[in-house]
Design a protein. Structure first.
Length: 95
């Protein structure tokens, strides 16, 4: 029996269909270094993602972070504000 989640509008049209993939959070890191990276084990054909969940500055740092294969990297060497104090909290996982 197929499983998943489908949401329909008032006309019966599918508006959301996530019958084959959901996100899975793998971990949370607190970035305090200006430059660095983490390797993440990703099974099969799943795609790595990250989201910035907590920042103590007005700038969120997303333009200084990249994903390449199974690696999340950051370079804040031009933006020291982001890693001051408590740093930046990043949630990562797979789709």
């Amino acid at each position: 029996m197929p499983q998943g989640l489908q949401v329909f509008d008032e006309h019966g049209k599918v508006t959301i269909d996530i019958s084959d993939r959901l996100t899975q959070v793998i971990g949370v890191i607190r970035i305090k270094s200006l430059v660095g990276s983490i390797d993440v084990t990703v099974d099969g054909n799943r795609k790595l993602f990250y989201t910035i969940s907590k920042s103590h500055s007005q700038w969120n740092g997303a333009d200084c972070m990249t994903i390449n294969g199974n690696k999340i990297s950051w370079d804040f060497s031009q933006n020291r504000l982001i890693v001051a104090g408590d740093g930046l909290e990043v949630v990562y996982g797979v789709v």
